[in-house]
Structures are given as structure tokens and as C-alpha cells.
Design a protein around this ligand. Structure first.
Ligand SMILES: [Zn+2]
Length: 445
């Protein structure tokens, strides 16, 4: 079913402007007004809408359009969150809640993350229904969550734990992919198939307190910590290659690193990428294994007291399927032997979905139509999204991040998330709307 591009453009643009104008900065979130608007829109278009909330001010919306013979087909969920991070208007060229159109882009907090995708999904679904489309088998769900930016305790996480039947699905399309880059003249679209797990830890050193006026009488824990922090500079831990970066390296370098590549082999392949594009190297490297960034240091509370205890907190992300054990092993390799403790405050295991699926085939076909030379590549996200909770609750779900953009390369679109002057080209919003309008009937008939 081919819908008219001009119409998809108009509907998605107007919708995004409206969504941006609802201030859903989280905290506090305040998603209720935006959700009521979306509920009205989807009910008008024949969807059955259910609102589920842990807190009435933080509602989640589940809209369903079922085939008469629903049992015969899959359930596809278009997944989106409606909350955003904060915006400081002083840093912006436009009002972050204006939805203003300037230079061919729609500007505002959430344009990329992820009201743009919400608008594209809603526009595609409502225009399909207006054109007479209904699923022939299975069901289409539109799931709009609250509270993604603060961890999903009122949103996806809570939904998947407390109301799994309401959100159960076979396929989910979410944020976390669809952005693209050009490498050696060829375009690559990333498909978010997996996510790393945050395993944050603290490194602590101990000494003996003393008066700071007599440095030799105490044992300064901060000075014992400093060389450990140094060891985290520059080099990252040795790589632990998983399926997605393996697929990316294979595509970019032209040879498969195999099941058990050595550190040297991987370094060599990465340096080939680095020689072509330093920016791509900087984004690719953290997906190759455990990453570590020291971010917070604590020692004495008083200027005149030598600290008996000092600590550095390290934001550490571990490849999908691994947890704190691998993080600690890699941390000890980096820090070496010594008098320190490692403690984990948070250890989550990242998860992923398989690559050889009907949904991936449909994405590949669509990419081939947009740019016959382009390649769709499974990728792993260094951060995490609501997909994590869905994969945890429904181990068989195929959840991908895919919100295609072509006018803006990933080097331009990625830095706009959570930043000032967040915006999306109208052309890209339209392209994404066309993608959803094509993939939904292709999967559900
Ligand atoms: Zn997001």
C-alpha cells in the first residue's frame, strides 16, 4: 500500500510539532496531557486504547488494532517513549518547546529522542487506517511509555513486570538505530539489535588520616588512588567481541574476524577503520568490549585533613550477555596488582535479539530501495533503551532500534540527543514515516 509522500510529510510534521509543545521533561515527566492527546488520536482511528499507570500522572498507553484472525499472525509493537530530558532555553536558538520549523528542520526537545519517532509511527499508523488498511493477521500495537529517561520505573520496566499480557509482542520497533554513516563511499544504516549492560563500580583506596599540615604523618588515600585513575586513561580494556561489532568489522574491513580473534588481530582491523575515519573508530571501539570512564572522585571532606579513604566511580559498560564478572576481570587487568577494592553498585546484563529474522529482511529490502548500494548493519548500542525490558520479559521478542534518517548523518544526529538545538530534517521525518507505513503492512498483511 503506497501512501502519498506529501500527506505523510504533513501529518508527521504537524504531529511532531504538537508532541514537542507538550513539555514532558523527566523529571517530573508529566506525560498525562500528551498521552491523552495520543489516546484521542488513536481512538479516532479505530484503535482500542488501554492506559496503564503506576502513578496516574505518569500514564502508559497501549493501543491495539487486531486482525479478525489475530491468532494466525504476529504482534508488532511500535514502541516509543514520550518523556524527554531537560532543556535549558538559554542555550537554544529557538524555544525548545516551540516545534518551530527553520532551515528545513523541526526544532525542539525530543525531535530526535524520541518524539520524532513517535510522530512518524503515529502518522504512519493513522494514515494507513485512513487509507482502509487493517492487519490481515496478527495485531499492531502502539506502545507509548512514560519515564524512559529515568530508567522506566513508571514506564516500560513497570509495564513488562506488572502487565506483561498487555504489552506482549513478537516484534518491536523502537529507538536506538536507523542512523547512518558513509564509509569508503558506501552508506551503512545501523539496526539496533543489542545493548550493552551498565556495570558501574567504585575503586577505593585506604590510608590513615592526619593533619594536612604534616604530610608525612598521615597516609594519603587520594595519592594512592591517583596512579590507579591514570591507568584508566588512554587505553581501553582488551576487546570482547560479540556478534554485532563482528558483523560491522566484517562489512567495513572486508574480512570476518572469526570466532576467536586475538587482541592484535582486532586492533589491526580497527586501525584500518581509524585510518579511514577517526570519528567512526571512536564510536565503534566502545562496542568492541568493556568500556570504562572514571567520572566521580571522592576523598577528604575537609581541606586540612589527609583522607584515610578515597574512591573513584567508574561508568563501565559490558557487552550484551556479560556482567560484573567480566567487568571486574577487565578492571583488574587495567589496574594491576595493588592495595585497592572494587565494588559494584549496579550490574545489569545487556541483551539482544537475533539478526536473521523476517523483520531484518524487511529492513534490508527497504534500505535497498532507498539506496541500492546501502547496507543495513546489526549494531550494539553503548547505552540502553526500553528494548531491554521487553527482551527481558519476552525472551523470544525480536526488538530492533530503527528510525531511519538519510539527510542527517549519524555524526550530526547523535550529538543532538539530550543537547541544545535538537532538531530533525522534515525530509528525514517523512522518510521514517514512509518506512513505518511500509513495514507494518509488509509484516502484518
Ligand atoms: Zn530515547
Amino acid at each position: 500500500m503506497a501512501l502519498e509522500t506529501a500527506r505523510l510529510e504533513q501529518t508527521s510534521t504537524e504531529l511532531l510539532q504538537q508532541l514537542i509543545r507538550f513539555n514532558t521533561v523527566n523529571p517530573p515527566g508529566d506525560e498525562a496531557v500528551a498521552q491523552a492527546f495520543i489516546q484521542g488520536l488513536l481512538e479516532e482511528n479505530g484503535f482500542k486504547v488501554e492506559i496503564l499507570s503506576r502513578d496516574p500522572k505518569r500514564p502508559n498507553l497501549i493501543a491495539t488494532l487486531e486482525a479478525p484472525n489475530k491468532q494466525d499472525g504476529p504482534t508488532l509493537a511500535l514502541l516509543t517513549h514520550i518523556d524527554t530530558v531537560l532543556a535549558n532555553p538559554d542555550e537554544w536558538q529557538v524555544d525548545p518547546w516551540s516545534g518551530e520549523i527553520r532551515d528545513g528542520c523541526i526544532w525542539g526537545r525530543g525531535a530526535q529522542d524520541m518524539k520524532g519517532q513517535a510522530a512518524a509511527e503515529l502518522a504512519a499508523a493513522t494514515e494507513l487506517v485512513k487509507a482502509g488498511w487493517r492487519p490481515e493477521s496478527g495485531a499492531l500495537k502502539i506502545i507509548v511509555t512514560s519515564d524512559e529517561e529515568a530508567g522506566g520505573g513508571y514506564g516500560a520496566r513497570w509495564l513488562c513486570e506488572q502487565h506483561p499480557e498487555a504489552v506482549r509482542c513478537d516484534y518491536a520497533l523502537n529507538e536506538g538505530g536507523g542512523n547512518q554513516f558513509v564509509y569508503n563511499g558506501r552508506r551503512y544504516f545501523r539496526v539496533g539489535c543489542a545493548e550493552k549492560g551498565p556495570c558501574r563500580f567504585t575503586v577505593t583506596t585506604h590510608g590513615a588520616a592526619g593533619h594536612a599540615s604534616m604530610p608525612r604523618l598521615g597516609e594519603n588515600a587520594l595519592l594512592k588512588l591517583a596512579p590507579l585513575i591514570e591507568k584508566l586513561a588512554g587505553k581501553q580494556p582488551r576487546y570482547d567481541l560479540t556478534a554485532e561489532p563482528r558483523a560491522i568489522l566484517t562489512a567495513l574491513v572486508g574480512t570476518d574476524p572469526g570466532d576467536n580473534p586475538t587482541q592484535e588481530e582486532l586492533e589491526e582491523m580497527l586501525s584500518e577503520v581509524r585510518a579511514v575515519d577517526e570519528r567512526l573508530f571512536a564510536l565503534l571501539e566502545p562496542t568492541m568490549g568493556v568500556s570504562m570512564s572514571p567520572t566521580i572522585v571522592e576523598a577528604s571532606q575537609k581541606i586540612n585533613v589527609i583522607p584515610d579513604r578515597a574512591s573513584v566511580r567508574v561508568d563501565c559498560r559490558v557487552p550484551p550477555g556479560h556482567g560484573a564478572e567480566l567487568a571486574e576481570q577487565r578492571a583488574r587487568e587495567m589496574l594491576g596488582d595493588g592495595d585497592y577494592e572494587i565494588n559494584f553498585a549496579e550490574a545489569a546484563i545487556g541483551n539482544g535479539s537475533p539478526h536473521d529474522t523476517k523483520l531484518m529482511d524487511l529492513i534490508r529490502d527497504w534500505v535497498g530501495k532507498v539506496d541500492p548500494d546501502a547496507v543495513a548493519l546489526p549494531s550494539v548500542l553503548p547505552g540502553f533503551t526500553d528494548s531491554r525490558w521487553f527482551r527481558e520479559a519476552f525472551p523470544d521478542v525480536i526488538a530492533y532500534g530503527f528510525f531511519p534518517q538519510i539527510e542527517m548523518e549519524m555524526y550530526d544526529s547523535d550529538p543532538l540527543m539530550h543537547a541544545a538545538d535538537e532538531r530533525i530534517p522534515v525530509q528525514d521525518l517523512t522518510l521514517a514515516t514512509e518506512f513505518f507505513a511500509e513495514v507494518v503492512p509488509a509484516l502484518l498483511g
